[in-house]
Write a protein that binds this ligand. Structure first.
Ligand code: KET
Length: 410
């Protein structure tokens, strides 16, 4: 019997808005102009603006193929060899939290899936707790907490007057939040501003989080990618661990190993005892099972092979330095082009002070629209540009576009 389709039950579904970041890539693909430049999504490109598969990834994949590994389901918590190396990479293998077995680590669906799982954990075990996120932050943080039904509010972070950190505002807002809130912090290379606290500021942030009994929740999406050093970029997380906090850390290998589409990352929960760690891990597994059952194996094997093999590990560090170095070079060139070409006397040095793959230009929505409409430069509407999608040869064109948009659009 045919089902009547006269009245669709889905008629009432409204159109969702395009995603503020991934929607930019869709618009870029539809543009036929040769000058077009995609500085929207944070994805590394070569100087020729092509996607880049790391040599160490190719080598690890070759090894995996030779070994003829199977495609059986992973356990709910993911690949054991991956979970071991990912926690060691983050905290340092000799860290007491690792030695004492106090970290509950489970493989997640990259950074996003790991954050989402942690948010589900917060909702289940801390139903009255609130999350605190920086203003601004990576746009998906709000979606993640909304969908997990974790209430959130913002703490001040960016000061447009100094184009720097609003440290006093940040501390005041963290202080004013209800005790026991989960404070989301970007481990390094804050997205979208590229502004990180100094070591002294991190200490003070830790002081107020401690005073308020808050729980730090780090999002580490750029370890090794910000400075080129895996250890330097783990500074903030390790500082909080040293100070004895219980905390959460979501990790991603999208950027530092270029494994965007493999969806490989982890959620780590540092507990005060190994017993608590075991129980937390069991609950994370319980949350993961009905969501996606168990994670994919390919990316996990790549990470386990690269981090677990001293030769590949060293080669990875060199490739990471190369990627981070290329971004620093275009950052420098862009700054020079802006300073030389803009005759207004505006100080563009903030471009150099920012860290990571982005530059937060200070362009507002209408100016960002102008960048796209007139110049075919695709970027997010908050004024963020991904320097990882820029080449040295396009810096001058970009500088012209920014100067035009900044001075000629109100
Ligand atoms: N945290 C931060 C801070 C972040 O910038 C991203 C990705 C992620 C987590 C998640 O990445 P994943 O691939 O799920 O591990 N940011 C870039 C891509 C995106 O928006 O999905 C971006 O900001 O362009």
């Amino acid at each position: 019997m045919a089902v009547s389709v006269n009245v669709s039950r889905f008629e009432g579904v409204t159109m969702a808005p395009p995603d503020p970041i991934l929607g930019v890539s869709e618009a870029f693909r539809a543009d036929t102009n040769d000058l077009k430049l995609n500085l929207g999504v944070g994805a590394y490109r070569t100087e020729e603006l092509q996607p880049y598969v790391l040599n160490v990834v190719k080598k690890a994949e070759k090894l995996m193929l030779e070994r003829g590994e199977n495609k059986e389901y992973l356990p709910i918590e993911g690949l054991a060899a991956f979970n071991k190396v990912t926690a060691e990479l983050l905290f340092g293998a000799d860290n007491s939290v690792i030695q004492e077995g106090r970290v509950a680590t489970i493989q997640g669906l990259s950074g996003t899936g790991s954050l989402r799982l942690a948010a589900a954990f917060i909702h289940r075990y801390f139903p009255d707790a609130k999350a605190l996120i920086s203003s601004p932050t990576w746009g998906n943080h709000k979606n993640i907490f909304n969908d997990a039904r974790v209430p959130w509010s913002e703490y001040r972070y960016y000061d447009p007057r100094t184009v720097g950190l609003d440290f006093d505002g940040m501390v005041a807002d963290i202080k004013a939040a209800p005790d026991g809130s989960f404070v989301l912090l970007h481990g390094c290379a804050h997205n979208p501003t590229g502004i990180d606290p100094t070591p002294e500021q991190w200490e003070k942030i830790a002081d107020v989080i401690q005073e308020k009994n808050h729980i730090p929740f780090f999002d580490v999406a750029y370890q090794g990618f910000a400075s080129g050093s895996l250890d330097a970029d783990a500074y903030s997380v390790r500082l909080f661990v040293r100070r004895g906090f219980e905390l959460l850390v979501a990790q991603s290998y999208s950027k530092n190993l270029g494994l965007y589409a493999e969806r490989i990352g982890a959620i780590n929960v540092v507990c005060s005892s190994s017993d608590a760690g075991t129980r937390v891990k069991s609950q994370l597994k319980r949350l993961a099972r009905p969501m996606y059952s168990n994670p994919p194996v390919h990316g996990a094997r790549i990470v386990a092979n690269v981090v677990g093999d001293p030769n590949l590990f060293n080669e990875w560090k060199q490739e990471m330095e190369l990627m981070a170095g290329r971004i620093k070079n275009v950052r420098q060139r862009l700054y020079e082009n802006l300073s030389e070409k803009d005759k207004s006397g505006k100080d563009w040095s903030f471009v150099l002070k920012q860290i990571g793959m982005f530059s937060y230009t200070g362009l507002h929505k209408a100016q960002s629209d102008h960048m796209t409409d007139k110049w075919h430069i695709y970027m997010t509407k908050d004024g963020r540009i991904s320097l990882a999608g820029l080449s040295l040869s396009k810096c001058e064109y970009l500088a012209d576009a920014i100067i035009d948009s900044f001075h000629n659009v109100d």
